[in-house]
Design a protein around this ligand. Structure first.
Ligand SMILES: O=C(O)CCC(=O)C(=O)O
Ligand SMILES: [Fe+2]
Length: 237
C-alpha cells in the first residue's frame, strides 16, 4: 500500500506555509491524517504501554483534562509526522533567527536536532495526545522542556469540532512589547495541523524586526470530548 501520509507530507506547499508563518506567525496545513489515522491515534489513548507518563492537568493547575506523552520509539505515524514536518520548519526557524540578528542554529534534519537535545540531557520523548471532556480547557502556556528547544510545534485535531465536541478552540495569544496582547481562536479540521511558534516570533516594525512572545492553550470544551495530538520537536529533560 502506498504510504499516503508520506505523500501528503511531501506535497506540502512550503513556500506558502513559510509565507503565512512569516506574515501571521502561525499556519494551518491541509488535512494530513485521514479519519482512520485519527481514529487509530485516539485508539492508542487507552493503551498504557505506549506512554511514558500521564498528566492530570487539574493536579498541576494546567487546566482540566488529561494528556499522555508517548514513549520512544514512536510509532511510524508519529515518527513520520515529526521527521516530515521538521525540515520545512527548520528553514523558517533559521530565517527568523536571521531577522533578529542571530546566526542559524537549527540543523536540517530531526535526527541531528535530537542529537543535540540528547547531548544536553534532554532525551525523554515529547509527542503527546490530549483529551478534554466537557468543561475541559488548557491554560495558556509554553512547552519549553530544557535549554534546547525548537521554536515551532504542531498540533493536530484528532476529532471533529461541531460534531464530536463544541467549544475547545485552540488559543494563541501574542504578547507584544509595551502593548496589549492579541488573541487568536482557531478551529482545526480533523486531521489538519496548526504550525505555531513555541516561544517567540519576529514581527516587522518601522525600525527592523521586534520580538513578540506567544502562549497557547485551549478554550473550554462546551460539550463532547476533544482529542488532539501535539508534536513537539525537542525532547525533554
Ligand atoms: O489540545 C490542544 O489543542 C493544545 C495542545 C498543546 O498544548 C500542545 O500540543 O502543546
Ligand atoms: Fe502545549
Amino acid at each position: 500500500m502506498p504510504n499516503r501520509l508520506a505523500e501528503r507530507i511531501a506535497a506540502l506547499d512550503w513556500s506558502s506555509l513559510e509565507h503565512t508563518l512569516d506574515e501571521r506567525g502561525y499556519a494551518q496545513t491541509p488535512i494530513l491524517l485521514d479519519e482512520d489515522q485519527c481514529e487509530e491515534l485516539i485508539g492508542t489513548y487507552e493503551e498504557e504501554e505506549r506512554f511514558r507518563s500521564t498528566i492530570d492537568m487539574a493536579r498541576y493547575r494546567f487546566g482540566s483534562g488529561e494528556y499522555k506523552y508517548y514513549q520512544a520509539p514512536l510509532q511510524d505515524l508519529l515518527q513520520q509526522l515529526r521527521e516530515g514536518l521538521y525540515p520545512g520548519l527548520a528553514g523558517t526557524a533559521n530565517r527568523w533567527l536571521a531577522r533578529l540578528g542571530h546566526e542559524p542554529v537549527y540543523p536540517a534534519s530531526l535526527p541531528e536536532f535530537l542529537g543535540r537535545c540528547h547531548a544536553q540531557g534532554q532525551s525523554r520523548s515529547t509527542p503527546l495526545i490530549l483529551k478534554y471532556g466537557a468543561g475541559g480547557y488548557n491554560c495558556l502556556h509554553q512547552d519549553l522542556y530544557g535549554d534546547v528547544f525548537f521554536p515551532f510545534q504542531a498540533v493536530f485535531a484528532l476529532n471533529r469540532h461541531g460534531t464530536d465536541y463544541t467549544g475547545g478552540e485552540f488559543l494563541l495569544v501574542e504578547q507584544r512589547p509595551r502593548a496589549q496582547s492579541r488573541g487568536h481562536a482557531i478551529t482545526l479540521a480533523q486531521g489538519a495541523a496548526l504550525l505555531f511558534p513555541t516561544n517567540h516570533r519576529p514581527v516587522a516594525g518601522s525600525r527592523g524586526y521586534y520580538k513578540t512572545t506567544l502562549r497557547h492553550g485551549v478554550s473550554t470544551v462546551a460539550s463532547g470530548t476533544r482529542f488532539s495530538l501535539g508534536i513537539i520537536f525537542h525532547d525533554a529533560k
